[in-house]
Design a protein around this ligand. Structure first.
Ligand code: PLP
Ligand code: ZN
Length: 400
C-alpha cells in the first residue's frame, strides 16, 4: 500500500511546502495540511478494496502520510465500533443516533489515532525527540507511541490534568513536567524552550500529521454507515483537530467520488466554561477570541484559544453546522444517563456531546427523521473520580 501524499499546503495563504522535510507552521503562522494525489489514490483503491483490509486505521494507507510501511508504529488503533443508541434515539425522537466509541482504542482515547500517525511520520522523517503541551490524553498517547518508536517524548501538562494520564506518560519513560496553569501556559513554556532544545514540536496543529490520524474517524464513520454520510456529526471541540480532520476526510471522500454532494452538518460541542468557538459562531466570526478564566469538568476541551479555530469555524459554516455550549451539570447528568440507558460509560467530553445533541434535538435543529453521530472521544474509565455513588454495605455474614 502506497501513500499518495504529494505535499503540504497552507490553508490560509496557499503556500506549498515539501513534505519530505520536517515542517511545522507556514511562515504566515497557519497550520499546514497534507495534500494527496487523490486521482492516483482513487485509481489504486476503492471502497471494495478497503473492505477486505484489517480493521485498523491503516486500511486507509493511501490517504495517510507514511510512505514506507516499515515506519508504521502501531498498537492496533482504529476501526472503533459505531454503536446504535436505539433506546435513546427513540426516547428523544432522532431518526437514528450512533455513538462512535473511541474508548476502545489504545490509551483509551482517540488521541491514539493522531499519535500513531504523527509518531510514525516523525520516525520516517528521522525525528529523535518530540515535545508537546497537553491536557493529558494526547500526552499519554504520544508518549506511548514514542516509546514504541524509540523516540524520547517531553510532555508539559497542567497539574489538574486527569491523574492517570501523567502516570501513562511517566510509565513509558517520557520526561513529564507539571505546570500550575492551563494548556495555553504549557504551550508558552514550550515555545520558549524549543529554540535551545531543538525538539520536534508536536503541539496541536504545529505539525501536519496528527490531524491525518484523526481524520480517519471521518473515513470510518462513512464506511461503517455503508459509505453513506449521516445528517449530523457532533464532536467535543477543544483544539479542534478532530473536527477539522473529519471535515478534511469528508472533502477527500467527495473528491475520490466515494460520497456525493451532501455533507453532514458538523457540530462543535463545547463546555459553557470554555466556549470560544461557540462565542465566535454566534457572531459568525471567522476566528475566535481567547476565552478568559476557562474551567470545565471536561478537561480535554478546556482550550481557551485554538490555533486552528478558523478551520473549525470554516467546517461549521461550510456544512451548515453549528456550535453549542453545555453546562458542567448537564455534562455530568448526560454521562450518567447514557451509562444507565445504553451501557456506555463515556468520558466527560463525550457526555458533553450527548448533552449538546439533546439540546439541538429539543430545538428541532436536528429533525425527527435525521441520523446523528455522537463522537465519544474516550472511555469513562480514564476518569475514575468523575462520578461518586453513596453505596450501601452488606455485612459479610449478611443477606440482601
Ligand atoms: C477526551 C478528549 N476529547 C476531546 C478532546 C478535544 O480534542 P480536539 O483537539 O480534537 O478538539 C480532547 C483533547 O484533549 C480529549 O482528551
Ligand atoms: Zn500561510
Amino acid at each position: 500500500m502506497k501513500s499518495y501524499i504529494h505535499g503540504l499546503v497552507c490553508p490560509k495563504c496557499k503556500k506549498h511546502y515539501d513534505h519530505r522535510k520536517v515542517q511545522h507552521l507556514c511562515e504566515c503562522g497557519s497550520p499546514l495540511l497534507a495534500e494527496y494525489d487523490l486521482k492516483g489514490a482513487g485509481r489504486a483503491v476503492n471502497s471494495n478494496t478497503i473492505a477486505g483490509r484489517p480493521p485498523n486505521l491503516w486500511r486507509y494507507a493511501e490517504l495517510l502520510p507514511v510512505e514506507d510501511e516499515a515506519n508504521i508504529v502501531s498498537l492496533g488503533e482504529g476501526f472503533t465500533p459505531l454503536i446504535p443508541l436505539s433506546r435513546t434515539a427513540a426516547q428523544y425522537g432522532f431518526g437514528a443516533l450512533y455513538l462512535k466509541d473511541e474508548g476502545l482504542i489504545p490509551t483509551g482515547t482517540f488521541k491514539a489515532r493522531g499519535a500513531a500517525v504523527g509518531i510514525s511520520r516523525a520516525k520516517e522523517l528521522g525525528v529523535k525527540e518530540v515535545a508537546m503541551p497537553t491536557n493529558g490524553n494526547a500526552g499519554a498517547a504520544w508518549s506511548m507511541y514514542a516509546a514504541r518508536a524509540g523516540i524520547t517524548a517531553f510532555i508539559l501538562m497542567p497539574e489538574d490534568a486527569p491523574y492517570i494520564t501523567r502516570n501513562e506518560c511517566a510509565a513509558v519513560g517520557a520526561q513529564v513536567y507539571l505546570v500550575k496553569g492551563l494548556i495555553s501556559d504549557c504551550g508558552k513554556i514550550l515555545a520558549r524552550s524549543i529554540p535551545a532544545r531543538r525538539w520536534y514540536d508536536a503541539s496541536t496543529l504545529k505539525e501536519p500529521y496528527r490531524i491525518e490520524g484523526k481524520k480517519t474517524m471521518g473515513y470510518e464513520i462513512v464506511e461503517q454507515l455503508g459509505w453513506q454520510v449521516p445528517d449530523v456529526i457532533a464532536y467535543p471541540t477543544g483544539g479542534g483537530v478532530g473536527i477539522i480532520g473529519i471535515y478534511k476526510a469528508l472533502k477527500e471522500m467527495q473528491e475520490l467520488g466515494w460520497i456525493g454532494e451532501k455533507l453532514p452538518r458538523m457540530v462543535a460541542v463545547q463546555a459553557a466554561g470554555c466556549a470560544p468557538i461557540v462565542e465566535a459562531y454566534k457572531k459568525k466570526a471567522p476566528v475566535s477570541d481567547f476565552f478568559p478564566n476557562s474551567k470545565t469538568v471536561a478537561f480535554g476541551i478546556n482550550v481557551p484559544k485554538a490555533l486552528g479555530d478558523f478551520l473549525v469555524l470554516e467546517a461549521l459554516y461550510k456544512t451548515g453546522g453549528c456550535a453549542v455550549a453545555v453546562e458542567d451539570r448537564e455534562i455530568l447528568d448526560a454521562l450518567r444517563e447514557l451509562a444507565a440507558a445504553e451501557g456506555c460509560f463515556v468520558c466527560p467530553e463525550g457526555a458533553a456531546v450527548f448533552a449538546g445533541l439533546k439540546k439541538l434535538r429539543a430545538e428541532n435543529w436536528i429533525k425527527p427523521e435525521e441520523t446523528a453521530v455522537l463522537l465519544n472521544t474516550g472511555t469513562g474509565i480514564k476518569y475514575p473520580d468523575i462520578l461518586s455513588f453513596d453505596l450501601p454495605y452488606c455485612a459479610i455474614d449478611g443477606e440482601i
